[in-house]
Design a protein around this ligand. Structure first.
Ligand code: APR
Length: 240
């Protein structure tokens, strides 16, 4: 088989940030083991208990900006791949942390939004917001109070950048899925779409087989900080 060339699309999930100290969702010690999705990650939850939802995201934001959470070798390897690969490398992340960017990746699409951004429900303005959110805060653009929400995609809402993502998936020759359990659509369906077209090589790099494991042409299992740098080294040296 000729060495892989062409555009690369990399889907990442919470598993790539686990070794940086951030919880995943569905591992035994994951977020959904202690908090119900219906209570904190739906528009109805925000309608019913905005303070409780703000509290949930404030705790995660404080953890992320607190200083102890840094990008790990897997994030850094993907940035190295983007810098040294002759064609496009796009990271499509389900994660709302900023560790890909802090690890050096520049071509990143946050399809589930970003924990460090806020959106005004009155005027639609999105702005960086590393501090706590509360009910009475005023939008810096329209000056309306009490209409700011986390710029995060909740269950039942449409993910962001889907047109750009579908286009990149249709043009790539390599699709990597890293650190995701393959439970949540549309991200979980990307590999099936690619396999149907048959243009790209697909590989899953995860701690354990995901829900969609059987759909991938290749799989490597282990810790992201070990298997991702190794895979990137093989790609860059033409051994894949
Ligand atoms: N290295 C590699 N993979 C890991 C590691 C690690 N150190 N630790 C955990 N994993 C794997 C787990 O085996 C699991 O398959 O990462 C995956 C994490 O899966 P989830 O917790 O389901 O997280 P994710 O797939 O990102 O969830 C998708 O669900 O709740 C929503 O919006 C939320 O974006 C999230 C979406």
């Amino acid at each position: 088989m000729r060495p892989i060339s062409g555009n690369i699309v990399i889907l990442t999930g919470a598993g790539i940030s686990k070794e940086s100290g951030l919880s995943t969702f569905r591992d035994d010690d994951g977020i959904w083991a202690t908090v119900r999705i219906e209570d904190v990650a739906t528009p109805e939850a925000f309608q019913r208990d905005p303070e409780g939802v703000h509290e949930f995201y404030n705790a995660r934001r404080q953890r992320l900006v607190g200083g102890g959470v840094l990008p790990n070798a897997a994030h850094q390897a993907l940035a190295r791949l983007e810098r040294n690969w002759p064609e496009d490398v796009l990271v499509v992340t389900q994660n709302i942390d900023d560790l890909h960017e802090r690890g050096g990746s520049e071509n990143v699409l946050h399809m589930h939004g970003e924990l460090l951004k806020v959106r005004c429900m009155a005027c639609g303005e999105v702005e960086v917001w590393p501090d706590d959110l509360a009910l009475d805060l005023v939008c810096k653009r329209c000056h309306v109070a009490g209409r700011l929400r986390p710029h995060v995609v909740w269950f039942g809402e449409m993910p962001f950048f889907m047109d750009a993502i579908e286009r990149a998936l249709s043009e790539c020759t390599l699709f990597l899925s890293i650190g995701t359990s393959g439970n949540v659509y549309p991200a979980a369906g990307f590999v099936a779409g690619i396999e149907r077209v048959g243009r790209a090589h697909t590989a899953e790099l995860n701690m354990e087989p995901s829900q969609g494991a059987s759909l991938f042409a290749e799989a490597r299992y282990g810790s992201a900080t070990e298997i991702v740098p190794a895979y990137v080294d093989e790609l860059l040296s033409g051994r894949l």
